[in-house]
Design a binder for this molecule. Structure first.
Ligand code: SF4
Length: 431
């Protein structure tokens, strides 16, 4: 059964052809919440190339210490299942972070060490925005607010990918944050809204409860599935997130600090993708939607997608882009200049030329879109920690990649370079 989470929230537009500019509402088409122009990607006064977007993965201090004390690989494997992966209450199909080979035989970096690298990047590499990607949920960490306070002190735009049921389930919040006097989802979200540069990137893939619940379960046979009705807590979470991170911002003439992540778009959700795009966009919340990563458990989804799915996906991309232009989210001129974005209907990613991903082991990766050997940088975690990120950045492939707004999604060539995808775009344009 389909349910619509933002009941009582009317679309911002009175008629079909109105734009955000005409109704005076701000919306940011860039996932990172920044404005990309040639200056943004231009060399720093030091002559160095700016590392504008730093993505990172880390785990709570206690789990890091336990994992790093494992006496052998067998014990490490057990801790990987029982502590690392188990720190997330969900068991999603296609989870992009679950690549055992990236963690086994490796130590985990302490969040303190990664925080130090982030601080160095802000001070010396012009880093303006960071994003937490995993490998579990950021707020399953008793120090979560300590880290947010320190990011705020660095004046960073902070994006955090979330799916956590605690945003719609008071009991789960009380377990995690009772020590701070926070005992309900609304109290948690109100406290998060008090961080003015925090953006929450909320995963939402279907209005249908059976489809959505199925997507967050059964992903890994070593994990227990989420026992409750995820759709119910997801809808409650979205109401609260919209109430505190979208509505007040829009009313004060600022862009919402809530972004919907409809990813990965798969065969069971492709038919809803445009409806999801329009539903949230028309309420002032941008939607990032794209196909599966070629990393972790996502690789199977990526490799098994069919040509007909590529074609369907292309039709969706073209329709979302057309709708986005109609609403003034991106302009025709932007689309003519840079082409179709790897994120349907919104701005391009600049991760491969002015971004970098630090995985929880310190492994540097071009972007989260793939994790095979070619996508991993040669800089070792030991070098990164010893020499620092200024030195490491200059050794990476992304540093050598020419800066531009539309490098394109080189992480997923099988889809974005496929004839079926390109033909699908062309067909849609002809319609
Ligand atoms: S290259 Fe592709 S997968 Fe990687 S960050 Fe950009 S859009 Fe995402």
């Amino acid at each position: 059964m389909k349910t619509y989470p933002l009941t009582g929230v009317s679309p911002l537009f009175e008629h079909e052809r109105q734009t955000f500019q005409e109704i005076g509402v701000k919306i940011n088409p860039i996932l990172e919440g920044v404005t990309i122009d040639d200056n943004f990607l231009a060399p720093l006064p030091s002559g160095l190339k700016p590392l504008r977007s730093l993505e990172f993965c880390w785990l709570p201090t206690q789990i890091v210490e336990e994992y790093n004390q494992a006496r052998d690989e067998a014990q490490q494997r057990e801790l990987l299942e029982k502590k690392v992966y188990a720190n997330c209450p969900l068991n999603c199909k296609g989870c992009f972070v679950k690549r055992d080979s990236l963690l086994l035989g490796q130590k985990l970096l302490h969040p303190e060490v990664i925080m130090r690298l982030i601080k160095e990047a802000v001070e010396k590499l012009g880093t303006k925005t960071i994003k937490y990607l995993g490998p579990t949920e950021f707020f399953r960490d008793p120090q979560a607010f300590e880290w947010l306070d320190r990011f705020q002190a660095l004046d960073l735009i902070v994006g955090i990918f979330i799916k956590d049921p605690m945003f719609g389930d008071d009991a789960e919040v009380a377990v995690q944050f009772d020590h701070l006097g926070i005992t309900s989802s609304e109290e948690l979200i109100q406290k998060l809204a008090s961080y003015p540069r925090l953006r929450l990137l909320f995963n939402f893939r279907s209005f249908d409860d059976q489809i959505q619940n199925n997507l967050v379960n059964g992903g890994d046979s070593r994990k227990i599935d989420y026992p409750k009705n995820y759709k119910t807590v997801q809808n409650r979470a979205l109401k609260l997130l919209y109430k505190h991170l979208a509505k007040p911002e829009l009313e004060q003439g600022r862009a919402a600090r809530l972004v919907i992540i409809n990813a990965p778009v798969v065969k069971s959700t492709i038919n809803e993708a445009l409806e999801i795009f329009k539903y949230f966009t028309d309420r002032g919340v941008p939607v990032l939607s794209t196909c599966s990563m070629a990393s972790g458990k996502g690789q199977a989804l990526y490799l098994n997608s069919t040509l007909s799915f590529f074609n369907d996906l292309a039709h969706y991309y073209a329709k979302a882009t057309a709708y986005s232009i109609k609403r003034g989210l991106v302009s025709q001129a932007y689309t003519d200049q840079y082409g179709i974005s790897p994120y349907a209907g919104i701005g391009h990613c600049f991760q491969l030329c002015n971004g970098l991903l630090i995985r929880e082991t310190g492994q540097l990766i071009r972007c989260p879109g793939a994790d095979h050997k070619e996508w991993r940088d040669k800089v070792t975690p030991e070098e990164l920690v010893k020499e620092g990120i200024v030195t490491a950045w200059q050794k990476t492939r992304n540093y050598k990649q020419a800066s531009c707004c539309n490098v394109g999604c080189l992480a997923k060539p099988r889809i974005f370079n496929s004839m079926s995808f390109k033909l699908g775009l062309l067909q849609e344009e002809e319609d």
